[in-house]
Design a binder for this molecule. Sequence first.
Ligand code: MF3
Ligand code: CO
Ligand code: CO
Length: 267
Amino acid sequence: MSITIKDEAGIAGMRLAGRLASELLDYLTPHIRPGVTTNEIDRLAEEHTQHVLQAISAPLNYAPAGHKPYPKSICTSINHQVCHGIPNDKPLKKGDIVNVDVTVIKDGWHGDSSRMFEVGETSVAAKRLCRLTYEAMWRGIVMVRDGAHLGDIGHAIQTFAEGQGLSVVREFCGHGIGRKFHEDPQILHYGRPGTLERLQAGMTITIEPMLNTGKRDIKESGDGWTIVTRDRSLSAQWEHTVLVTPTGYEVLTLSAGSPPIPDFVHA
Ligand code: MF3
Ligand code: CO
Ligand code: CO
């Protein structure tokens, strides 16, 4: 597969898909509380995507090479789960942190975003991980512009995360996105400035760092999808879909309920 550059029509399609993905997260937000099961959140997501957004859930039956089809409409990754957690009938409990990752297809275009949610009161360490992972994502986003190197994004995220004593998961990365869910290039969340390919205006990519409080090592949990930290330390992830512009970037997965953008972004 190769990199795709979106024309004005493609950018319009990506803007709409991105906004709808973010609005789906807004809709789910009040439901993410102690006692709710991740299957219930999944059901609400599927219903809202179909009937309100009039869109399609990209994860449902998604089957990349080497994987069985993904069985649900969203991913819900709790505590030491890094990504691709499969919704189930276990209720969320006070103190959990959960990543909800949604991808909608609207008019053939994909919008991909995830946020962290704190269930009831959470530990100081959990709150800090969620906050710093959000900042790490934005440290990567602000590097995006025509001509920047992919290594610039990875380096910004890695130096920030490691400087805070957090580790960066290496096995999963951001990606190009468009008419396909996962397109080239891969967007690594670690690296060296000035290395790897250059971004070009009209590319749409995701930035979705996964940071752990313990070691970076991960393993697959046995259900064919869910990834967990090897040392069972907490893991967090945030994700935006971003358009590369001639002078910078445009974040496509924003909506009324998006969390505030960090101050350093405007400085
Ligand atoms: N949304 C994930 C990403 O950010 C991919 C999930 S694939 C699934 O790339 F099959 F697990 F849904
Ligand atoms: Co993604
Ligand atoms: Co995603």
